[in-house]
Design a protein around this ligand. Structure first.
Ligand code: AMP
Length: 142
């Protein structure tokens, strides 16, 4: 299974915010959209990623004042990405090794989507289900 298989069903929408927006605005955006991260875009290119974990960690360390700070102060600037033709197994390994749950997808320098660990698990379950059905039909037919 490839990353493009996931995007074909999920679509290419990526929820994003500019680096100078406040963390409070980003938190509201995540809550409204029911997601756990926003990609930070500056002039159309990736400047970083802000996840709910970044907000929770800074809330715990620095208190609620961090909500008024710009996203750029809390985000992770070095963003790991993948390509649409990469195998989902490899993206799972990236997430496990890097301890993050969101990976933007870049095709020829262009942002074409974002894969979350939820998307990966959903597709792995569907794949396993299809395999069980295939094997059951094979056994019943034999
Ligand atoms: P997450 O598990 O995705 O909510 O994020 C956990 C931590 O990894 C946070 O500090 C994020 O800013 C960071 N992070 C999330 N996605 C990525 C990514 N694709 N590349 C690098 N860091 C990331």
């Amino acid at each position: 299974m490839l990353v493009s298989d996931i995007l074909r069903r999920k679509g290419s929408e990526v929820v994003s915010a500019p680096p100078n927006q406040t963390v409070a605005d980003a938190a509201q955006l995540m809550a409204r959209q029911g997601i756990g991260s926003v990609l930070v875009l500056s002039d159309g290119s990736i400047a970083g990623i802000l996840s709910e974990r970044d907000i929770v960690r800074t809330l715990a360390e620095a208190g609620a004042g961090c909500l008024d700070r710009p996203i750029s102060e809390l985000m992770t600037s070095h963003v790991v990405t993948c390509g649409p033709e990469e195998r989902v197994d490899r993206v799972m390994a990236l997430m496990t090794d890097g301890r993050f749950r969101h990976v933007p997808v870049i095709d020829q320098g262009r942002l074409v989507g974002l894969v979350s660990i939820g998307d990966v698990v959903k597709h792995r379950l569907e794949e396993a289900q299809a395999e069980v059905e295939h094997l059951s039909a094979y056994v019943a037919g034999g």
